[in-house]
Design a protein around this ligand. Sequence first.
Ligand code: G3P
Length: 214
Amino acid sequence: MRIFLDSANVDEIREINQLGFLAGVTTNPTLVAREGRDFKTVVHEICELVDGPISAEVISLETEGMVSEARELADIHSNVVIKIPLSENGLRAISILAAEDIKTNATLVFSAAQALLAARSGAAFVSPFIGRVDDTGNDGLQVLEDIVIIFDQYLLDTEIIAASIRHPMHVVEAARMGCHIATVPYKVVKQMIRHPLTDAGITRFLEDWRKAGK
Ligand code: G3P
């Protein structure tokens, strides 16, 4: 399973990219707004940093607006993927953009039914929001597993991005079930790296080394 960073913060992206495992980045309007910077400049900077799919989301609600925003964003860099919210207008936009070879990432996906339609409309990626499904008292990982099984069953090319990740076990479970990608917030990447036994082990090794007069 590939690891993307779910962030619009260029400093975070630069730092995590140096660790060597980063395969792409996803942003959303909330993350971009938090930065208080020009959207296209941020997307361009991320594309310069990370060699992989970089998702940038449209904010129009009508198909025409989505398509025209998508064309402008796709012009920024060949790695830009257009995030389109799952709706009738969104599916129409995904289909139009697929015919133009502009890659899309169907976002705000909360069910396997939505994911199947997005894939059949031509989305390159679908993003089930597993944490937000959990927040409603339902099982986000179950939704994700249904999507993995259905896409495998029909050999669909659309890649599944586990999104709205809240903790490292979301990532582990997504990988266990064969999800293609997890887009992980900065804080959760840090939680994935650290383990108290690793820290304790390093301290003990150093103490033993010093005690032996090394
Ligand atoms: O970028 C989409 C998704 O990962 C948002 O996550 O934590 O706002 O539900 P969250």
